[in-house]
Design a binder for this molecule. Structure first.
Ligand SMILES: Nc1ncnc2c1ncn2[C@@H]1O[C@H](COP(=O)(O)OP(=O)(O)OP(=O)(O)O)[C@@H](O)[C@H]1O
Ligand SMILES: [Mg+2]
Length: 142
């Protein structure tokens, strides 16, 4: 696991960009952390690495934003999802197989259906402008 301290929104975006360089079509990224922890800022950085030109916003109401970068990027926010039925209802399975990068905010809602192989990005608020970002690669098949 790698732990990084970000001192600003811009540093978190920069970290997301750097992290994204190892991602490939089909990569799955689970994002954890409270409201305002910086999950969406981190996703902005990932999108920048893939040269996404669309605006990257929290898809809290739309649930899924699809961005068209060098490869497709699916940005999913499960905050409002009540159960796994609802999550399947948004076509969750299809996004996993769509040959893009999947980034999921509030990934704890995927209880039991989270992909075995995934990156986990855990963000915590230290103070107004400081965030701790812990990044790990998990291969559940081991
Ligand atoms: N070091 C930092 N890194 C990231 N964001 C920061 C940092 N310092 C302050 N912020 C602020 O914290 C907020 C993070 O918002 P963001 O939408 O990324 O959070 P989130 O984790 O996606 O929340 P939500 O669960 O509501 O979607 C922004 O307003 C940003 O300006
Ligand atoms: Mg968000």
């Amino acid at each position: 696991m790698e732990i990084f301290i970000s001192k600003s929104e811009a540093e978190t975006i920069e970290k997301g960009m750097e992290f994204a360089k190892q991602l490939r079509p089909g990569s799955f990224v689970a994002l954890y952390g409270d409201l305002g922890a910086g999950k969406t800022q981190f996703v902005k950085g990932v999108c920048r690495n893939f040269e996404v030109r669309e605006t990257v916003n929290s898809p809290t109401f739309t649930i899924v934003n699809e961005y068209h970068g060098k490869i497709p990027v699916f940005h999913i926010d499960l905050y409002r999802m009540k159960d796994l039925d609802e999550i399947f209802g948004i076509g969750f399975d299809e996004y996993l197989d769509a040959g893009g990068i999947c980034l999921v905010e509030w990934a704890e809602k995927l209880d039991g259906i989270i992909p075995d192989s995934r990156y986990e990005v855990k963000m915590s608020i230290v103070d107004d402008s400081t965030r701790e970002i812990a990044i790990a690669y998990v291969d559940g098949r081991n």
